[in-house]
Every structure is written in C-alpha cells, then in structure tokens.
Design a protein around this ligand. Sequence first.
Ligand code: SAH
Length: 251
Amino acid sequence: MSRLWIVGLGPGDRRLRTAEAEAVLAQATDLVGYGPYVARVEAPAHVVRHISDNREELARAAHALTLAAAGRRVAVVSSGDAGVFAMASAVFEAMEAGDPAWRALDVQVVPGVSAVLAAAARVGAPLGGDFCVISLSDNLKPWPVILRRLRAAAEAGFVLALYNPVSAARPWQLGEALALLRDLLPGSVPVLFATAVSRPEERIRLATLAEADPADADMRTILLVGSALTRTIERPDGAPWLYTRRSVPPG
Ligand code: SAH
C-alpha cells in the first residue's frame, strides 16, 4: 500500500534519530530530499534515491506526492525535525494546491530532534523558560519582517534560537541581527554558537552578546541568545553550564 512519511533525521548522530524514524525508513521504497540528507540514510540498493537542490522544496514535495499516488512507499527526509524550517510544510503546501486525490493519501509526519534541542543539551538548560525560534533566512520572508520579529521577541524576554544565521548568499544578516539585539539587551547576555552539533566536526563557542562575532557562524550553526534570566555557572575545568531560570519575577 502506498505511504508518504515526512521524516526528521535528527541533527546528525544516528543515535539521535528516533526509533520511529528508523522503522519507517526501513519500509520506504523511495527516499526524497536534499542530497546530503538523503545520503545520511542507509538503505538497500533497490531503494530509489530522488535527490534535489535545497531550493526546490515545492517541486520536490509535489514529486513525492506523485510517487506516493502511484503506489510507492515514500520517505521525504529533512535534518532535525521535518516540521521546523524544513520539508513538512512544503508537502502540505503542494498538497493544498495540487491534485485533490493527494488528500486521500496515507501521510504521516515523523518527528525528529531539532537542532535547537541538540544544541541546548550540549550546554545545560538554556531553554528552561519561554523561548522563540526564528530563522534568519530572508529567502522566503522579507528582512524587515525578521528584524521586527527579533525585536518583539527580545523585548518580550524570550531566549532566542536563530536558525539559518548565514550562507554564501546571506553574508551580512547575522551582523545586522546582533547589532539590533545589542540595542535591546544587556551586553552580558550569553550567546551560544553551536555548529554541526552531534557531527564529527561539532564546534561549541560561548560568547557574550557584546563580543559575539558573526564569523563564528556558518550554515551549520544555530545561535542561542540568552535572556535576562539566563545564567552561566563557571566550572573549574571545561566550559561553563548555561541555564535559564524557570521562575520569572513579577513585573
Ligand atoms: N529541520 C532542521 C532545520 C533546518 S534549517 C531542524 O529541525 O534542525 C537549517 C539550519 O538548521 C542550519 O542553518 C542551522 O541553523 C540548523 N542546524 C541544522 N542541523 C544543525 C546541527 N547539527 N547543529 C547546529 N545547527 C544545525
């Protein structure tokens, strides 16, 4: 019977992939996704790999729906969680606009460990209070909207997780975002640069907002910007712990 699974592969390390993700991947006849993510999935030779460029999400989603409608068992794969700045929305957007028969398909979204959770776990508990997740990519939304959301979230006291901080085509956005945050928050607020978390090339850097350097980020980096309630605990050896208090003072 045809199926369409939309699967989050986790941040990198296979041990951070859920058992449910492994189980559905083992049943797929077709894997659809951005090349490096499809390459992460081990599968027998008869499984067909449909690889596409990262900017072709809607066409890729329509292709996956077409394959499933033709009776294939299709897994659309994304890194982290497929619903967080990834393929799941594209599949539903294609479904809404496409062949009405696609709505009858057996579709299942399989959650994954998103980068924000993997990065937070490396340094302690920075997401213990309310937090806000924002993508700095202006490929799909205007830059002024991103600045407006950053400002609102910082003023409201959220810890911020910033996905997609830089790419070759978007070299200046992170610098501008940090400059805005410096106007709104104390310079002592901790800023975590977590790159390629759980992969062999993992790099974790902790700075203050005053010193945070955009050059510490690349396409594989997520930033966590603390709030006034985020604390650091120095340790005799090794990097400090970071946590955000759950109790918020009145006022
Ligand atoms: N669906 C993914 C996010 C895709 S957007 C998820 O839930 O994690 C791509 C962005 O995710 C990257 O620019 C980076 O900000 C972040 N990212 C993905 N994997 C990462 C990892 N292993 N370490 C740090 N950040 C990561």
